[in-house]
Design a protein around this ligand. Structure first.
Ligand code: C2E
Ligand code: MG
Ligand code: MG
Length: 748
């Protein structure tokens, strides 16, 4: 072929190129082939020779450069060039090899295949260069007949395709791994959705894809009847549909619906819909639309990725749910105690003066509750909440601080106790009943209280409420600083507790069995402390544990508990209770004690008890300590082989954000959620379910506490909860009783 053919074939090239572009849309995207040669004839001849050629069903698209410099520019702007066929000698003798070096070293394009060709056989590069720059083929121009060129090109294109798949795969898998913590740390669904979409974009490694995450409304918190699908995350071309219903997406909406219907990924031309299995009721779909469709490798990666998203989306929904339950009361949907304290803190920060907080306690609520049943009790609380909230100014807060205690926060004159009492003059109607209800009120004028934060002020108001309840001066009472002396009795109690710990007097451990639900087998026991005061009365741990924590006494008390529990395990071993595990409550305050770990180790060494038979239960209120300290100590415990459970899970919130960073084994569902199981109140069941699936997705085991009925046990088992503890099996009992209980349960 000579250069005088060039003009004709140039026209042919133009036509051909257009033809290819049209076909490209019809059937698969073309391979980009770069021809670099300073001789225009070579360009034309190559294109001519390759016209109508398809490699693996895909057409060819040629890019043309006439110098190394020009070629470099083209390569820079096109990241999908499969093969470069280039001349060795162009503007200078080394232009070709320089270009190769630039492509490989500077642009880092290792997957592009390179075929060198030269008219002068003497310019063949050395083997060393060929190897170093990964040059795939070297041909003299005369060698390259049409057939040779085709085979050479086919081999090169295929090898490019394979390399590309590997590189996309490696890069994509890395992006999937990198995406996990980002996705997981998003607590709200919107944040999660945005992160999910941008991670998908990163996985594809191109910015031209339009991506939308479509989800059922139910999966992000609102439980409306038969709600439609929505776009909850979107980028590029789909960005303007964010927050819009699915049918906003036009044709692609049908594909998304089909994916939901068949619960599978669906591809149609340039659109791909990846089905994301979330909770059974609310799946989601990641819609990815690209100019020329996805490659099989990209499709596979996104499919893997979407399996991950399912877990994350679920968690974001769960966490939003839990976050609601942490700050709000499910029954009245008012702020709960935590929410109330937060509002008081907010108010304190605002610096506005002249405000009061009030606690309103409904008299004899528990008797009413018992007499009329829980459902009526709930209705009564709702009507009290309604009446109180109707009287509020917009800037005031009403909260449900406890079972039958409401909290109010507002300007002094809006919280006048006489007016508040007026709300209780008329009876409350509950179903067929009309109930005359009285209330008792404790109030604190924030300007007059010494408390510096919401919790202190709540305590102060509580003291006022208790004073009002003791009833010597009417049904309400304002907090005064001299009431602080009333806390004397706490000090007395503390004094007595100090003596008890010092002399190990009146302290006992009781044990409550833990059961494997499916088999009914006893797998362990939780050690619970009991304290008898000097009169021989049991004092509830709820009363003195917080006192011990507050005073630091918990360090010695906790050490005694651990020591006693481990000794007891050894005793049980010799009594024939094989392999029973012991769960021991530890307060995070104990973590501050530098002797904590050494003491644990010493007790285990001395008794020879295997560390994996010990489980430490810590409560969620890790806010007391900084995350790093907690993580360091937990990691240390874990290395020792000790198991760790989060107690009363679901009632606190602080640790959720970094739950996945904590080396823990088990979540213990709080008994408040178990109590509501099977009752008309669905929230308990949904929280229990939430905790179980959260645990499952984090690879944690679950135990439920406070099981009192067979129905609760059955429901929990159905929800996939493996372990349980509660009065249904046994109350906490002393060691001797535990041993005989255990033996009585053994199959004979
Ligand atoms: P916890 O660790 O959540 O312990 C479970 C509590 O639930 C125990 O109360 C137990 O008697 C009670 N319980 C168990 N099953 C049922 C049931 O079916 N229904 C009902 N209504 N209650 C059930 P207890 O013994 O009064 O302990 C209260 C809390 O005091 C414990 O809650 C724990 O946080 C703390 N505590 C107890 N012993 C220790 C200890 O040695 N060290 C520390 N730091 N805290 C302890
Ligand atoms: Mg516990
Ligand atoms: Mg608990």
């Amino acid at each position: 072929m000579t250069s005088d053919q060039s003009d004709d074939s140039l026209h042919i090239f133009d036509d051909l190129a257009h033809g290819i572009e049209d076909k490209e849309l019809a059937s698969g995207k073309p391979w980009h082939i770069l021809i670099v040669d300073d001789d225009p004839g070579v360009h034309n001849a190559t294109v001519f020779a390759m016209q109508d050629i398809r490699i693996d069903g895909r057409p060819l698209h040629f890019l043309h450069a006439h110098s190394g410099q020009e070629a470099l520019e083209l390569v820079r702007n096109d990241d999908d060039i499969a093969v470069a066929i280039l001349d060795v000698v162009m503007e200078n003798e080394s232009a070709g090899l320089d270009l190769v070096r630039n492509i490989r070293r500077d642009l880092g394009r290792s997957e592009m295949r390179i075929i060198l060709r030269t008219g002068q056989p003497g310019y063949a590069p050395e083997m060393r260069v060929i190897r170093e720059y990964d040059i795939n083929d070297y041909k003299t121009k005369s060698e390259l007949t049409r057939v040779r060129l085709l085979t050479t090109l086919t081999t090169a294109v295929r090898s490019y395709d394979q390399l590309r798949t590997i590189i996309i795969g490696r890069h994509g898998l890395k992006s999937i791994v990198d995406a996990a913590p980002v996705l997981f740390s998003n607590r709200d669904v919107a944040g999660f959705a945005a992160a999910a979409v941008s991670s998908a974009e990163k996985i594809l490694g191109r910015t031209s894809a339009d991506i939308a995450l479509c989800a059922h409304r139910a999966s992000y918190g609102s439980h409306l009847d038969q709600p439609p699908y929505y776009v909850i995350g979107a980028c590029n071309g789909y960005a303007r549909h964010l927050g819009r219903p699915l049918n906003d997406l036009g044709n692609a909406a049908a594909l998304v619906e089909r994916a939901v219907a068949v619960r599978q990924n669906e591809v149609a031309g340039k659109d791909a819909a990846f089905f994301i299995a979330s909770t059974e009721s609310a799946p989601a779909v990641l819609l990815v639309s690209t100019e020329a469709g996805l490659t099989p490798a990209e499709e596979q990666l996104l499919a893997v990725y979407c399996v991950n998203i399912g877990v994350g989306l679920e968690n974001a929904g769960l966490i939003a749910d839990l976050s609601f339950s942490a700050y709000s009361d499910r029954l009245t949907r008012l702020p709960n105690r935590v929410g109330y304290v937060a509002r008081v803190d907010d108010h304190l920060r605002s610096g506005e003066r002249g405000w009061t907080m009030a606690l309103i306690d409904i008299d004899h609520f528990s008797e009413l509750n018992d007499a009329l049943g829980h459902q009526k009790g709930d209705q009564l609380l709702l009507s009290v909440a309604q009446r109180l909230s109707a009287s509020l100014l917009p800037k005031m807060t009403l909260a449900r601080v406890g079972g039958d205690v409401f909290g109010l926060l507002g300007p002094d004159d809006a919280l006048d106790p006489v007016q508040l009492m007026d709300h209780f003059r008329r009876p409350f109607s509950v179903g067929e009943y009309s109930l005359p209800i009285q209330a008792t009120i404790g109030l604190t004028r924030l300007d007059e209280a010494s408390g510096s934060d919401g919790i202190d002020l709540l305590k102060a108001t509580n003291i006022a409420l208790n004073r009002a309840k003791s009833g010597d001066r009417g049904r309400w009472h304002y907090y005064t600083t001299d009431m602080a002396t009333a806390t004397r009795s706490r000090l007395d109690l503390l004094h007595e507790l100090r003596l008890a710990v010092e002399h190990q007097r009146g302290l006992e451990l009781h044990y409550q069995p833990q059961i494997e639900l499916v088999s009914g087998r006893v797998i362990g026991a939780e050690a619970l402390i009991r304290w008898r005061d000097s009169d021989g009365n049991f004092i509830r741990p709820d009363l003195f544990i917080s006192l011990a924590e507050y005073s630091g006494l918990i360090v010695d008390l906790g050490a005694w508990v651990f020591e006693t529990a481990v000794n007891e395990l050894r005793h049980w071993d010799s009594a024939g209770l094989s392999g029973v595990r012991m769960a021991i409550n530890v307060s995070l305050v104990q973590f501050r004690d530098p002797q904590f770990l050494p003491r644990l180790r010493a007790a285990l060494d001395r008794t020879g008890i295997a560390p994996d038979r010990i489980e430490l239960e810590i409560t969620e209120s890790v806010a007391m300590l900084d995350a790093e300290t907690v993580i360091t100590i937990l990691t240390e415990l874990k290395t020792m082989g000790i198991q760790i459970a989060i107690d009363d899970f679901g009632t606190g919130f602080s640790s959720l954000a970094y739950l996945h960073r904590l080396p823990i084994d088990r979540l213990k569902i709080d008994r408040a959620f178990v109590r509501d199981l099977g009752s008309t109140r669905a929230s308990g069941a949904s929280i229990a379910q939430t905790v179980i699936s959260l645990g499952q997705s984090l690879g944690l085991s679950i135990i439920a506490e406070g099981i009192e009925t067979d129905e609760q046990a059955q429901l929990l088992m159905n929800l996939g909860c493996p372990l349980a503890q509660g009065f249904l099996y046994s109350k906490p009992v002393d060691s001797a009783t535990f041993i005989s209980w255990w033996k009585a349960r053994q199959p004979t």
